[in-house]
Design a protein around this ligand. Structure first.
Ligand code: NAP
Length: 315
């Protein structure tokens, strides 16, 4: 059988890590397991999830080389450990595995919020273990071990937020792992990450959750009409609003300040648009929509999204 990933990234001759442990076998954990194995990024890959049914399913799917029955068994002797659990669970998992991490190991995570994860994990970090937090800016609305696929990170950003003074070799090896999965790596502070992601990811999700809820609450619009006429922009919101509730609850609870700051700015700008509509100020509306159209074209130019015409041709 040929590796499905051969088409999207080269397979390494030498693995980046001898032993990789993945804690949490959801969309992100299973995607890393697929990619790392297909692309020979780790000599041996061990997985663990607290849910026994998920562990069973991971074994059926053949994810990694082995699925351990405890987090400590999974991380023992690992060179690189990735926490792929919801943001709010990272601290407790770090506390559980800390005594089993070997000196020189690199601990990482994939949380969508970084500052809260750093604060929750650092107090448990044993001497001689390096912490290199990561956030792959890639995902789908699906969860669980069946949702993963090896090319999830292809051409997507992966942001590393190593605390000051982190060992440079540990950062470089973590970078190599993500670049091996065809991600584009960028390094910034955890605080900066949380502010940027609040506007580019967290607020859009909040808006989607809100608008889909509002549409459903409207007494005059039956649910079937919402479905029937959903092509007019609403359908994209429903996809985003189908994202994992636990993950997103944790994102908003742990990036509270940055999200509230962005929500304040958003509300002010919305008030300006509301006013333009109320007073028939077409010039303001047109100017605003022209500016935002340019932003969309910029994202397409950066290769982070395909133009709609190309998507339609492919589907
Ligand atoms: P997911 O599909 O819901 O999987 C998370 C898995 O972790 C679940 O099986 C969960 O089990 C398990 N888990 C929870 N607490 C645990 C613990 N204490 N010990 C061991 N396993 C535990 O989630 P995901 O989408 O892969 O997200 C994982 C992380 O990636 C999150 O931090 C998220 O912020 C980040 N992320 C997600 C995306 C995305 O689009 N999905 C993108 C980038 C980053 P239970 O079901 O029993 O809780």
């Amino acid at each position: 059988m040929t590796a499905p990933s051969e088409s999207f990234a080269p397979r390494r001759e030498e693995p980046v890590f001898a032993r990789l442990a993945i804690i949490g076998i959801g969309l992100i954990g299973s995607s890393i397991a697929h990619a790392a194995r297909d692309l020979n990024l780790a000599g041996r890959i061990l997985l663990y999830d607290r849910d026994e049914a998920v562990r069973r399913r991971a074994r059926e799917l053949g994810l990694g080389h082995d699925v351990a029955d405890s987090a400590t068994d999974a991380v023992r002797d690992a060179d690189h450990v990735i926490l792929c659990v919801p943001v709010g669970a990272c601290g407790e998992v770090a506390a559980e595995i800390a005594p089993s991490l070997k000196p020189g190991a690199i601990l990482s995570d994939v949380g969508s919020v970084k500052n809260a994860v750093v604060e929750a994990v650092l107090p448990h970090l044993p001497d001689g273990v390096h912490f290199v937090p990561a956030h792959p800016v890639a995902g789908t609305e699906n969860s669980g071990p069946d949702a993963g696929f090896p090319s999830l990170f292809l051409n997507r950003w992966c942001i590393l937020t190593p605390p000051e003074g982190t060992d440079e070799t540990a950062i470089a090896r973590t970078r190599r792992l993500w670049e091996g999965m065809a991600a584009i790596v960028e390094i910034m502070s955890a605080q900066h990450h949380d502010m940027v992601l609040a506007i580019t990811s967290h607020l859009p999700h909040l808006i989607a959750y809100n608008i889909v809820g509002t549409a459903e609450d409207l007494a005059a619009v039956t649910q079937s009409e919402v479905m029937k006429f959903s092509a007019g922009g609403f359908r994209d919101f429903t996809r985003i609003a189908a994202s994992d509730p636990t993950m997103w609850r944790d994102v908003f609870l742990h990036n509270k300040d940055a999200v509230l700051e962005m929500l304040g700015r958003f509300s002010e700008d919305l008030a300006l648009l509301t006013r333009a509509i109320r007073y028939g100020d077409g010039e303001t509306l047109h100017r605003h929509f022209t500016r935002t159209r340019a932003i969309r074209r910029g994202i397409v130019a950066l290769g982070q999204e395909k133009p709609e015409t190309e998507k339609l041709r492919k589907s």
